[in-house]
Design a protein. Structure first.
Length: 254
């Protein structure tokens, strides 16, 4: 495993049957190309997020007005579907990755507006923490302070899987009106859980950097620049949402 991010795996660049590098017709994946495509996806996400933010409204009682659910759930479900298509059809990434960014932006804009309505200023804090974490870990990775060893990868992948199971259980139990106690509340246990999730999401960035670097070294097909950028976006979205959750728990205690 090259990454705990489910969209980024070592097998992405290798033929599962022969173990050889995926054949390509033309140019190979480059680091600069992946970086530029990541920036483009971020720009698309910001554009649709800003639009969704400007469209959603909340009543005096704090309840979201009609239209909020379309952006939030439409963006969340649409983004998930497009992400799954991209995972199974990586060669479609030049088209599906921008679509994912656009659709996911609607979700992020709606949920950000909701959090900002409840806790003014929280969105700016979450954005700054997300990009601050991204650049700090990129520096640590490039300088060799953090290395994606096999044990490191195994630990992050295991922790990511455990978090996914907890969230799946939360969703499943929610259909029956049951909630997992403490971890989703603003107490010390809930804050501690959110801190743990933020750390694991951040460490996934290190594995994603390693994955992209490996793809460049192996001479992966050019379209994998889009796929690498898409995978990095998935982690950044997760990290941003977790920062929002953590900050909201902290502010609700004030």
């Amino acid at each position: 495993m090259r990454s705990g991010n489910p969209t980024l795996k070592e097998s992405t660049f290798l033929d599962l049957a022969s173990g050889s590098v995926v054949s390509r017709d033309g140019e190979a994946m480059t680091l600069n190309g992946t970086i530029s495509k990541t920036g483009f996806l971020l720009l698309l996400t910001v554009l649709t997020a800003a639009f969704a933010w400007s469209q959603v409204e909340f009543g005096v009682d704090g309840r979201p007005q009609p239209g909020f659910g379309i952006y939030m759930w439409g963006g969340a479900i649409g983004g998930f579907v497009i992400a799954m298509v991209t995972v199974f059809k990586k060669e479609w990434a030049p088209v599906t990755a921008p679509l994912y960014a656009l659709v996911e932006g609607f979700f992020l804009g709606a949920i950000s507006a909701m959090y900002n309505f409840m806790y003014e200023g929280i969105v700016l804090q979450a954005v700054m923490l997300t990009f601050g974490t991204l650049f700090a870990l990129l520096f640590a990775y490039r300088s060799g302070l953090i290395k994606a060893t096999e044990n490191f990868k195994l630990g992050v992948v295991a922790a990511t899987g455990g978090i996914a199971l907890v969230y799946l259980a939360t969703i499943a139990l929610g259909f029956f009106g049951v909630s997992i106690p403490l971890i989703h509340e603003s107490g010390l246990v809930g804050i501690g859980f959110s801190l743990f999730v933020v750390v694991i999401a951040a460490l996934n960035l290190v594995l994603d950097f390693d994955f992209i670097e490996t793809g460049v070294e192996q001479g992966a097909p050019k379209y994998m620049e889009w796929y690498g950028a898409f995978g990095l976006m998935v982690t950044l979205v997760w990290l941003y949402i977790e920062f929002l959750r953590l900050l909201s728990k902290l502010q609700s205690r004030n």
